[in-house]
Structure formats: structure tokens, C-alpha cells
Design a protein around this ligand. Sequence first.
Ligand SMILES: [Zn+2]
Length: 80
Amino acid sequence: MLMGRRVTLCPYCEQGFVLRARIRATGMDIAICEECDTCWEVERGFRVVGFEDLMTREGLMALWSEIDVFAVQLSPVPYR
Ligand SMILES: [Zn+2]
């Protein structure tokens, strides 16, 4: 499906694509791996954080229904 497109593969699991999304309740922009749920906080220089840790910190449930995916990540993401 995505063959030939320049998309970013997650450096942690090397299986999922990295997606761009926005947390509905807060408007925070994140990148998130579709496979292992690793997140990058876009506005903090793509700081790496787990989805569960991030959402808990924001006082939210760590559910995909709490975020809106709107794009695929095209540039490389940090690998801590
Ligand atoms: Zn991953």
C-alpha cells in the first residue's frame, strides 16, 4: 500500500509507520508509531515518550480514539 512512498518507519519496533496526530482534548501535536505506540512530542523537538505516559500526564486515557491522525510522518524521528 505504502510502497514507493517516502514514509518514516519507527526506529524502535522497525515494523510500524510513524503517523502524525493531534490529541483531541489538548490540541497537542504528536507523532505516534502505529505499531508500538511510541510517541514523539512534536513541539518539544520530537521528544520521545510512551503513549500511555504522555496521556496519563495530560490526564487522559491512552486510547487511539483520543487522538486524530491526520498525516504520515515524512522526516526522520529521533531514536533516543
Ligand atoms: Zn514502533
